[in-house]
Design a protein around this ligand. Structure first.
Ligand code: RIB
Ligand code: CA
Length: 342
């Protein structure tokens, strides 16, 4: 059993960055979780909260727990949150991620338990008890949980250092509708709350995530690491790539969500600009569109650092290095060998 260090909000000598990842696994969410759990000296992952998105909530929460098993972090608190958007009808993305959401790796009933508390309660309580501006929220799915927490108790904003999210699009256009990226389209009302909450937001939109493509060569290098985690990641990316290859002709799966964690570990990999991002919530034609005022042509207030460029080779060097830290010996529950005797 992995012994967790005292969270940095309680132990002044602990300079790890306390974070909460709010996600909808999703193969790319899974890679973001595994990247974060391979950085125990830099990041203190206080908990994983899950939300309905790529697949319904009962699968996103199960998938997060499967990933914790894979990382041998059965101690990780995993919470289930909102099962539908604030106002709109739910939409999902099985056409991209498969019926199970993390297709490409073996699905099993995880040992990591689902925490009895609701994800929104965990977010509220964590931020209320945290030191001033100490906790980084890392949303990689629809923003329903985070927005619900903020609307329930705005005093939690004082505990937020930064919100580093995956969502939105500018030059890339939409990936689910002609003008909207999936996470924002699912819950535009929640995205509006988060972008305008008054705390620093760093946004990894499609303009940057579509540069981070897991090409066959890169997937081969990941698989060649040989440990069960790397093999599972290679399997997931091999499945996840087919949608983008057929739609965009791209050379591999875009690693949307891991861009958030990579930014926390090596911010110099990315280039961004401080802008206003506003979310269309009403027009049926463009609902979920993120209007990014990149050239400051309006007097709308700056509310986001919008990322637009990334050192792709540097990103994959980071990912390979971290996945390589999952050791064959460390993980005994290899998903392919789970049924084989020791
Ligand atoms: O549009 C891409 C985003 O939607 C990613 O976070 C993916 O996991 C899905 O949630
Ligand atoms: Ca996601």
């Amino acid at each position: 059993m992995t012994v967790r260090a005292v969270p940095s909000t309680e132990n002044p000598v602990d300079d790890r960055r306390p974070i909460v990842i709010d996600c909808d696994p999703g193969q790319d969410d899974a890679v973001a979780l595994l990247l974060a759990m391979a950085a125990p000296k830099e990041l203190d992952l206080l908990g994983i909260t899950t939300v309905a998105g790529n697949v319904p909530l009962e699968k996103t929460q199960r998938n997060a727990r499967i990933i914790c098993d894979l990382a041998e972090r059965q101690d990780m608190p995993v919470f289930a949150g909102c099962e539908r958007p604030l106002k709109r009808e739910p939409i999902t993305a099985e056409n991209v991620h498969g019926d199970e959401g993390i297709d490409g790796m073996e699905i099993f009933e995880p040992e990591t338990p689902l925490h009895s508390r609701d994800a929104v309660d965990f977010i509220v309580d964590t931020l209320k008890s945290a030191d001033e501006e100490s906790v980084t929220l890392v949303p990689t799915g629809p923003l329903t949980n985070v927005a619900t927490a903020i609307e329930r108790d705005r005093s939690i904003l004082g505990g937020i250092r930064e919100i580093v999210l995956m969502g939105g699009a500018m030059r890339e256009g939409g990936n689910r509708s002609p003008s909207a990226e999936f996470n924002v389209l699912v819950d535009p009302h929640a995205a509006d709350v988060v972008f305008n909450c008054g705390r620093p937001v760093v946004a990894m939109g499609l303009d940057v995530t579509h540069q981070v493509l897991a090409s066959p060569e890169r997937v081969k290098n990941i698989r060649a690491l040989g440990n069960p985690v790397a093999r599972a990641v290679a399997g997931m990316l091999g499945f996840f790539e087919r949608f983008d290859k057929s739609k965009y002709g791209s050379e591999g799966a875009p690693l949307h969500d891991p861009c958030t964690v990579a930014y926390l570990l090596e911010p110099a990999l990315f280039k961004g600009k401080d802008v206003n991002v506003s979310v269309e919530c009403d027009s049926e034609l463009t609902v979920g569109h993120t209007a990014v005022d990149f050239w400051h042509v309006t007097d709308r207030p700056i509310n986001t650092r919008w990322m637009y460029d990334v050192d792709v080779d540097g990103f994959f060097e980071l990912l390979i290095d971290r996945l390589n830290r999952y050791d064959r010996r460390q993980y005994r529950g290899d998903v392919q060998d789970r049924r084989d005797p020791e």
